[in-house]
Design a protein around this ligand. Structure first.
Ligand SMILES: [Zn+2]
Ligand SMILES: [Zn+2]
Length: 772
C-alpha cells in the first residue's frame, strides 16, 4: 500500500548536511517527495510502499549526520499525490529564523585525509571544510544561515567549488564556508610590527620560526592563540614574562592521542572527550617524565591538553611538534583578540610574528575546558565547539517565556531561553574592563538576533554594581528580576537534571551577594526552582580589603587565626606567623576587628585560601583559585580522620563553626603533621560537615535530593568524596555535567528561575526573587 507521510523535524538540522542526507535516504528506499528548510527546522514528505516509508523514518533517526541533533520528529499521514521523484526544494526568502545553528566543529576525517593527500586539489589548504566540519557560530553574522550572512561572503566560489556546493550528492553541498586554494581565504605572515613578511609558504615559515623559539600569534577559529614550542624552556619563560602570566597553567596542543598519552595519564572517558569533535582542552594528570618545559604548568599536577581542531593546526602540528603551547592571545584579563589589525596592536610586544589569515572571525569564542571527575566529563569553560547548541530543558519546564539572563561578574556567560531550550553563550569573561563589557553586549544582541528571541524578562544578579546588573536595569522596556547568586547556582543544577521538586542545595564558592547584604559563599539552602531559604552557612568572617582579599590568602589565614586566638596568635610557633610582616599583619587585624572595609563573608573559597596559606602553601594567588587548587593537589591520598567542628542553632538557621577546625590545624602544624595529611583531613572535615548538615535537613523535611553547585565543586576531592558519602547514606546527589559548576553556569539558573516566576510559579520558601 502506498503511503505519503509528512515529517517535521526540529533540532540542529540546518547547515549540517541534513537535506542531502534525506535526499540520499529517499533514493535508497526508492521514495518520492521533497525536503525543505523551514523556520522550524526541516520539513519533508515521502511517498511509497508502507514498509519503505517506515524504514526511511527509522533510518532518519538512526543515521542522522554527525553534526545534526534531532529534538523532535512529528509525522502525519496525508493523501498520496502519485509523485515519482524526490527533490530538495529551495526555501523561500524571508523565512523566519528559528532553526538552530551548529557550533564550530573540528576538521572531519574525510577533510583531513584530503588535506594530507598530495593528489587532492586542496592538499595543504588551511581552510578545507565540508558540511560535516568547519567554522559555523564564529563566522555567522545573521540568519538564515547562508553564505551571504557569514564572513565568507567576500570570497566568491570558483566554478569547481560552486559545482560541489550545488550538488546534493557532494559532501560540500551547501557547505557555507566551502573554499579552496583558488577562491578561498589565505594565510599570511607578519612581523612584530605588523608588516608583511614575504615568503612562499607562510605556514611552513611559521613552523621554522617556532622551531627557532619564536613566539607566534596564530589566528584560529574563535580568536588568536599565542604559540611556542612547549619543549623549548626559554621560549615558554619568555612567553610568560611578556604576557604577564606568572603561574597559571598554559594549555598545550599535541598532534594526536598517542602523544597525549606520553604526557599524561588518560582514561577511557578522557580519551573520548579529547578526541570528540568539540575538541576541548582536557585537564589531564601529568606523567613524571613528560619532556615539556617545567614552566608550562608549574606547581601543578595537571596539563590542559587539546588536539588540533582546524586544518591549520594540523599543518603546524604535522611539522612535527611534540607539543605547542597554545594559550589565548590576550593580555591577562582582556578578551581574546580576533581581528588582524587589533592583534597587531594588542599583542605588540608579546608576539615575535603573526600567522594571520583573511577569513574574518565575527564572534570570538575561547577554547572550552573539560575535566573528568568521578567518571563524568564536566564543563569548566563551555565555549567553542559547544556553543550555541541548546541545553534541552525537561518537560516540567516546557514553555518558559523568552528570558535573557545576563550572568554574574566573573566567568560571565549569558543565557537566552525559548520554550524548552536554553542557549548559554560562549565564555564572555570577567566583566572588569570595557573590552569585556563590549563583547558582552555584542554577544547579547547577536544571540537575540540569530535565535530570534525577544526577551519578556531579564534576569540578573542581586549585586547592584555588577556591569551585567546595570545593563539589565538599563533595558527600560523589559522588566528585570534579581536572582540571588547561590540560588541561581542551585537552580542551574536542578534545571540541568530536570528536578522541579525541592532539594537541599549545597552552594559553595568564592563570592556572591546574599539577601542579608553579606557576602555569601558557603551556603546550604532548601530550594525549589523559584524560591529558597538559607538553612545553614559557614560562619561569617571579615574579608579585610573586600574583594581584594581573594588575591591574598594570607589575609584570610590571619583573620581566621585572629578569630580563634586573638592577640595571642602572634605568639604561635608557626612558620606562617614567623614569616608575617608584623606591621602589615597588625593593620589587617585592626581592619578586620573594626570592620573597616571588611564585609562579612561565609565564603567557602576563602576558607580554602586561609588553610592553604596557614599551612605554608600559598600566600598570594597569582590566578583565581590557585591556593585552593594547590591545597587539593597536595592532599595525601587515603589519609584518614577529620577535624572537629561545631554547629550552632541561630533562629531558623544554623552556623557552621570552624574555630575548632582552625585550632586543630594549628595543633597539627605545631606537632609536625605533613601538609598532605592536613589537607586530606581538611577535605574530610568539609565532607563530614556538609553530610551531617544534609542529614539534619533530611530529618526535618524528608528531602533526600541534594544539588551541589558553585566553583568549590570543581574540587574533585570534595565533589567525589561528598557524593560518595551522601549516596551511601541514601541521598540522591546531583552535580553539574552540561554547564560549569562555577559562575559560567550561573545564567542558566537565573533564566529558569526568572522565567518560571514570570509565568506565575509560586515557591514554597520564604525568599523569593524580587522585581527590580
Ligand atoms: Zn569535513
Ligand atoms: Zn574554490
Amino acid at each position: 500500500m502506498v503511503k505519503r507521510i509528512r515529517g517535521a523535524i526540529q533540532g540542529i538540522v540546518q547547515g549540517v548536511g541534513f537535506r542531502p542526507f534525506v535526499y540520499q535516504l529517499a533514493h535508497r528506499f526508492d521514495l518520492a517527495g521533497y525536503v525543505i528548510n523551514t523556520s522550524q527546522g526541516v520539513l519533508l514528505e515521502v511517498e511509497g510502499p508502507e514498509p519503505s516509508v517506515t524504514a526511511f523514518f527509522e533510518a532518519i533517526l538512526a543515521e542522522n549526520p554527525p553534526l545534526s541533533q534531532i529534538s523532535a520528529l512529528d509525522q502525519s499521514e496525508i493523501p498520496a499525490l502519485g509523485e515519482t521523484s524526490f527533490e530538495i526544494r529551495e526555501s523561500k526568502a524571508g523565512l523566519a529564523r528559528s532553526a538552530l545553528i551548529s557550533p564550530d566543529v573540528s576538521i572531519c576525517p574525510d577533510c583531513l585525509s584530503e588535506l594530507r593527500n598530495p593528489h587532492d586539489r586542496r592538499y595543504g589548504y588551511p581552510f578545507i571544510n565540508c558540511t560535516n566540519c568547519g567554522p559555523r557560530y564564529t563566522i555567522i553574522q545573521d540568519i538564515p544561515y547562508d553564505r551571504p550572512s557569514t564572513t565568507m561572503r567576500k570570497f566568491e566560489m570558483c566554478p569547481i567549488c560552486s559545482a560541489e556546493y550545488a550538488d546534493p550528492s557532494n559532501r560540500r553541498f551547501h557547505a557555507q564556508p566551502n573554499a579552496c586554494w583558488e577562491c578561498g581565504p589565505q594565510t599570511a605572515l607578519h612581523d612584530q610590527r605588523g608588516n608583511p613578511v614575504a615568503c612562499s609558504d607562510p605556514v611552513q615559515e611559521a613552523v621554522r620560526l617556532l622551531r627557532d623559539g619564536a613566539i607566534l600569534a596564530v589566528k584560529g577559529l574563535g580568536g588568536f592563540h599565542l604559540a611556542v614550542d612547549a619543549t623549548d624552556h626559554r621560549a615558554v619563560v619568555r612567553l610568560r614574562r611578556r604576557k604577564h602570566r606568572e603561574e597559571k597553567p598554559l594549555a598545550v596542543m599535541v598532534p594526536d592521542l598517542e602523544t597525549a598519552r606520553e604526557l599524561a595519564r588518560i582514561s577511557h572517558q578522557e580519551a573520548a572527550v579529547l578526541t570528540s569533535r568539540q575538541r576541548p582542552i582536557v585537564i589531564l594528570r601529568k606523567r613524571r617524565s613528560h619532556g615539556l618545559s617545567s614552566q608550562v604548568a608549574p606547581r601543578n599536577r595537571y596539563f590542559g591538553i587539546m588536539l588540533p581542531y582546524t586544518p591549520l593546526h594540523h599543518l603546524l602540528m604535522d611539522a612535527p611538534f611534540r607539543a605547542l603551547v597554545m594559550t589565548s592571545g590576550n593580555m591577562t584579563e582582556e578578551p581574546i583578540n580576533i581581528g588582524n589589525e587589533a592583534a597587531f596592536l594588542n599583542l605588540k610586544g608579546i608576539a615575535d610574528y603573526f600567522l594571520v589569515h583573511t577569513r574574518d572571525i565575527y564572534l570570538r569564542s575561547d577554547d572550552s575546558i573539560v575535566r573528568v571527575i568521578n567518571q563524568v566529563p564536566r564543563q569548566i569553560r563551555r565555549s567553542r565547539g559547544y556553543v550555541p547548541a541548546p541545553i534541552f530543558l525537561p518537560k516540567s519546564l516546557l514553555r518558559l517565556p523568552p528570558v535573557l539572563a545576563v550572568g554574574g561578574e566573573l566567568k560571565n556567560t549569558v543565557c537566552l531561553t525559548k520554550e524548552n531550550r536554553a542557549f548559554l553563550s560562549q565564555h564572555v569573561g570577567d566583566m572588569e574592563n570595557l573590552e569585556t563589557y563590549e563583547f558582552f553586549r555584542l554577544t547579547v544582541s547577536h544571540l537575540q538576533r540569530i535565535l530570534e528571541i525577544e526577551p519578556t524578562i531579564i534576569a540578573h544578579d542581586l549585586h547592584p554594581d555588577y556591569l551585567s546588573t546595570r545593563f539589565a536595569r538599563e533595558q527600560e522596556d523589559v522588566p528585570s528580576l534579581a536572582i540571588q547568586h547561590h540560588h541561581a547556582h542551585i537552580v542551574s543544577c536542578m534545571a540541568e537534571h530536570g528536578i522541579a521538586d525541592p532539594v537541599i542545595g549545597l552552594a559553595m564558592d568564592g563570592t556572591g551577594l546574599g539577601t542579608d547584604g553579606r557576602i555569601w559563599g558557603g551556603n546550604i539552602l532548601l530550594s525549589d526552582l523559584v524560591s529558597f531559604e538559607q538553612k545553614a552557612h559557614l560562619d561569617y568572617i571579615p574579608l579585610p580589603g573586600g574583594d581584594a582579599a581573594a588575591k591574598f590568602p594570607w589575609r584570610m589565614a590571619l583573620v581566621y587565626l585572629d578569630k580563634v586566638f586573638g592577640d595571642t596568635l602572634f605568639d604561635l610557633d608557626l612558620p606562617f606567623v614567623r614569616h608575617l610582616d608584623k606591621g602589615q599583619a597588625g593593620i589587617v587585624v585592626q581592619m578586620a576587628r573594626q570592620g573597616i572595609n571588611s564585609p562579612l563573608t561565609s565564603s567557602c573559597g576563602r576558607l580554602f585560601d586561609a588553610v592553604s596559606s596557614l599551612i605554608g602553601l600559598r600566600h598570594r594567588n597569582a590566578y583565581e583559585g590557585q591556593a585552593p587548587i594547590e591545597l587539593e593537589m597536595c592532599r595525601r591520598r587515603g589519609a584518614k580522620g577529620y577535624y572537629p567542628w561545631r554547629i550552632e542553632e541561630k533562629g531558623d538557621h544554623r552556623r557552621l563553626l570552624t574555630d575548632d577546625l582552625i585550632r586543630s590545624i594549628v595543633e597539627d602544624l605545631v606537632g609536625g603533621t605533613s601538609k598532605g595529611t592536613i589537607s586530606a583531613r581538611f577535605h574530610n572535615t568539609l565532607i563530614h560537615m556538609f553530610h551531617e548538615t544534609c542529614r539534619l535537613l533530611r530529618e526535618e523535611t524528608g528531602i533526600r535530593d541534594v544539588a551541589m553547585s558553585g566553583g568549590s565543586f570543581q574540587n574533585a576531592t570534595l565533589l567525589t568524596g561528598l557524593t560518595r558519602v551522601l549516596e551511601q547514606d541514601g541521598f540522591r546527589v546531583y552535580s553539574h555535567r552540561l554547564v560549569p559548576s562555577n559562575d559560567g553556569g550561573l545564567a542558566l539558573g537565573q533564566a529558569v528561575c526568572a522565567g518560571l516566576r514570570h509565568r506565575g510559579w509560586k515557591g514554597r520558601y520564604k525568599q523569593h526573587e524580587t522585581y527590580g
